[in-house]
Design a protein around this ligand. Structure first.
Ligand SMILES: Cc1cc2nc3c(=O)[nH]c(=O)nc-3n(C[C@H](O)[C@H](O)[C@H](O)COP(=O)(O)OP(=O)(O)OC[C@H]3O[C@@H](n4cnc5c(N)ncnc54)[C@H](O)[C@@H]3O)c2cc1C
Length: 413
């Protein structure tokens, strides 16, 4: 018989979301365990050795690895037990996780589950890119693991597919390993990242962004020799010579365990449907971080982790789940909105913000919230809605929502 653990809370995933939730929970509950499949906890920041972490939550400008170390130390100091090399592989029954561990198979049956499994980039195979299958094609996650964790070299000339924040993170990692980025390729008319990164990035890394372009094929037999790109306005094609291609962005939430538990998923994002308290459709299953919204920055996710801890403690304190909630539905060009349910009268979402993803740039967005054909709120926001990064909407725009009024639509004029 495999060993059975029965903690009060099992946090699945030891990235910024899971570790912050565990740090908030552990001082108040008997046993809080964090299960992470990697040999060390910390999540993506551990692999992402550049500054830019901790700005909103720690009020510091930290590198990914030192930020990850701080989160791990805080969760441990709070009393959480962090179990690494523990991969949750499925469900033994409705209430019990099956976990592969260095000790063999273990069953974990907590009172409450907190899923913080994050999101991953869609790999080349799932993007249906034509061409050959040579070596040298990576995602940013694979690149950063090779360079920062395994200390291996990649090639000498790269093409980065995407031009969002994570794409510039890939350019930095490539530069560090001695690989020059020939170009970033973006389907959008302007690179998706903030101009604060885009403009100095082009100068510092002596690269360029090929806008309104898509990858038509990958060339090379054993190793990549080039990427053929197509201008989506003219149909003109050209080949960018390179020995490395990095596919960036195009995020998929790591939702497999939630899906197999029968938790309701939002078809627009693939994330679990959660309310502002980060409750899923199952009473004792919470979800936090990028599994809910692929993707936000780590500091925002860490703040959400702390809020999730408060909501889970309220659950243990006997605060009942709200009886009625309404769906939040995103209208084009908003692809999805998180949380995707709202219980009027319940708690506000973390940071009093809804997190959205948009498919095209709206430089001066006017956001409208309506229910049952009536407009509840309309507001011009001071920040653009841009693809490739989270677009945040003040949750106060939902103040007039009626629990019996049906779906709430969120649109950008
Ligand atoms: C290349 C790159 C650069 C970035 N740069 C920045 C930056 O400069 N600043 C910033 O603020 N943000 C940055 N981000 C975003 C930031 O890393 C994420 O917002 C943050 O890591 C999300 O935290 P999370 O806890 O939701 O998920 P993750 O950090 O992805 O953690 C999820 C954890 O779950 C574990 N896990 C998943 N499935 C299982 C399972 N079945 N069993 C056990 N464990 C499991 C994983 O091992 C992982 O440790 C960057 C992201 C990337 C990809």
């Amino acid at each position: 018989m495999p060993e059975l653990l029965t903690p009060t809370v099992a946090v699945i995933g030891g990235g910024p979301g899971g570790l912050s939730a565990a740090a908030g929970l552990a001082p108040h509950l008997d046993q809080v365990v964090v299960l992470d499949r990697e040999q060390q906890a910390g999540g993506i920041p551990r692999h992402s050795d550049h500054p830019g972490y901790g700005i909103r939550d720690r009020k510091r400008f930290m590198s990914g690895p030192s930020y990850a170390t701080t989160l791990v130390e805080d969760a441990r100091a709070a009393g959480a037990q962090i179990l690494t090399g523990w991969t949750v592989t499925g469900w033994a029954d409705d209430d019990t996780l099956e976990v592969t561990t260095p000790l063999g198979r273990v069953l974990v049956r907590p009172d409450v589950f907190c899923f913080a499994t994050g999101a991953r980039e869609r790999p080349r195979t799932a993007r249906l890119v034509p061409g050959t299958r040579p070596a040298g094609v990576l995602t940013t996650g694979q690149l950063q693991n090779l360079v920062h964790v395994q200390h291996q070299k990649v090639g000498t000339r790269a093409v980065v597919v995407g031009a969002e924040l994570v794409s510039w993170s890939a350019v930095m990692t490539l530069a560090e390993s001695g690989c020059r980025t020939e170009a970033l390729v973006s389907e959008h008319p302007v690179g998706e990242s903030y101009s604060l990164f885009r403009i100095p990035g082009r100068v510092a890394f002596r690269t360029r962004v090929e806008t309104t372009s898509r990858v038509a094929s990958i060339q090379g037999r054993r190793r990549v020799t080039g990427v053929e790109i197509e201008d989506t306005r003219t149909g003109d094609r050209k080949v960018l010579e390179c020995d490395t291609v990095v596919f960036t962005g195009d995020w998929i939430p790591d939702h497999e365990l939630l899906r197999s538990a029968g938790v309701e998923l939002d078809p627009a994002s693939g994330s679990p449907v959660v309310d502002a308290a980060m409750r899923t459709s199952k009473a004792n299953v919470f979800a936090v971080g990028n599994v809910n919204h692929p993707v936000e920055t780590a500091d925002v996710v860490a703040i959400e982790g702390a809020v999730a801890a408060e909501r889970i403690l309220e659950h243990f304190g006997g605060r009942p789940a709200p009886e009625a909630s309404v769906r939040l539905v995103a209208d084009d060009p908003i692809r999805w909105v998180s949380p995707s349910r709202l219980a009027p009268g319940g708690p506000a979402p973390a940071r009093d913000r809804l997190v959205c993803w948009v498919d095209r740039l709206v430089p001066r967005p006017v956001v409208t919230v309506s229910q049952g054909g009536h407009r509840l709120a309309r507001k011009r926001l001071a920040w653009p809605a841009a693809p490739g990064r989270a677009f945040r909407i003040p949750s106060s725009m939902l103040d007039g929502v009626d629990a019996a009024g049906g779906d709430v639509r969120i649109a950008i004029d």
